[in-house]
Ligand binder design. Structure first.
Ligand SMILES: [Zn+2]
Length: 232
């Protein structure tokens, strides 16, 4: 398997959103990113990012043009499978770009898009090739998609093993590796107990966290190009 982290933006964010135990108004620099895997002759995305300049400006995000960098890895028109961790804009809004991929999403996040989502995302989810998950779903005997519901109503994570190590793609159940490693729950939640128990369980089982907003990841792992690192 190859697994890459792809950074499509950077900004600062209130540290109290990232860590529930912070009360001050200090800010932290974060990445906006998602993951791409090549496994068993399939290309898989874990979240898809967004591209709306107006939303980017509202959040103070500098969007990065990563198309050329991704084209060196894969053809974005041929993504077989997409896991969606939750339906916040930065994780799902580009979904309309992927017409033929199989989409795996929790039932609650799916319903949230159907009822309140952006029209283009809703339209895409109403097409075929969508699996909705109420608890957990094992894909290709490798990736265990599990609904946690700590960050948002149906927020989910993906567990897998590779080379005798255990990994978890956390969505925003962790913003940062140190949420998991330091056992520090997130500051933006719909159910903080569910977030707490996800974090303590993953810590106890020594999962390596792969979050979507940790800028340090891009120094920690092997650089493939300016905004892409190879995890596996
Ligand atoms: Zn996010």
């Amino acid at each position: 398997m190859n697994l890459y982290a792809i950074k499509f933006g950077e900004s600062s964010l209130f540290a109290k959103y990232i860590y529930r135990d912070i009360k001050s108004d200090e800010k932290m620099q974060i990445s906006w990113s998602y993951y791409l895997a090549q496994y068993n002759n399939k290309t898989i995305l874990f979240d898809v990012g967004f591209r709306d300049q107006i939303i980017a400006e509202k959040w103070g995000i500098t969007l990065i043009n990563i198309e050329d960098e991704i084209n060196h890895l894969t053809n974005l028109n041929q993504i077989d499978v997409i896991f969606i961790t939750h339906s916040h804009f930065d994780h799902i809004d580009n979904l309309d770009l992927f017409r033929d991929s199989l989409i795996i999403i929790s039932y609650d996040e799916y319903m949230n898009v159907i009822n309140n989502g952006k029209p283009s995302t809703r339209e895409r989810l109403l097409k075929e090739n969508v699996i909705t998950v109420k608890n957990e779903f094992l894909f290709d005997n490798k990736f265990k998609f599990k609904v946690i519901g700590g960050h948002s109503i149906g927020s989910s994570v993906i567990y897998f093993e590779e080379n005798d190590k255990s990994y978890v793609i956390t969505g925003d159940e962790c913003y940062n590796c140190s949420n998991l490693i330091g056992n520090r729950p997130i500051g933006v939640y719909s159910n903080t107990e569910k977030n707490e128990s996800f974090i303590s369980d993953a810590l106890q089982n020594e999962y390596i966290p792969l979050p979507c907003h940790d800028l340090n990841l891009f120094n920690k792992y092997k650089k493939i190009s300016s905004n892409i690192v190879q995890i596996i």
